[in-house]
Design a binder for this molecule. Structure first.
Ligand SMILES: [Zn+2]
Length: 92
């Protein structure tokens, strides 16, 4: 028979509590200042590595760019190479 007792375990975990834009350096709450039901997402990343059926490894390079800098700075920069903006509607 195993005699059990309850113990209190404490641990530390790292969570995102705010985000600072890599361009304008403004710090926002973790949703870029969006309201509870608003969606404001930006994603600029590059991933590489090796993935096997049993696991893998790799790395991701990413930048934290606020929505205003994405629209006003990053998008025009990329369009400067002749790329066209791809706008996709979504609905859930
Ligand atoms: Zn910004």
């Amino acid at each position: 028979m195993k005699n059990k007792k309850t113990i209190k375990r404490e641990y530390e975990d790292e969570i995102v509590e705010s985000i600072t834009c890599d361009i304008c350096k403004i710090t926002f709450d973790r949703k870029w200042g969006a309201g509870n039901f608003d969606v404001l997402e930006t994603k600029i990343s590059f991933g590489s590595g090796t993935l096997y059926p049993e696991g893998g490894y790799g790395e991701t390079i990413e930048f934290d760019i606020c929505p205003d800098c994405f629209v006003d700075t990053i998008a025009p920069f990329i369009e400067g190479f002749g790329s066209k903006r791809q706008v996709t509607d979504w609905n859930v």
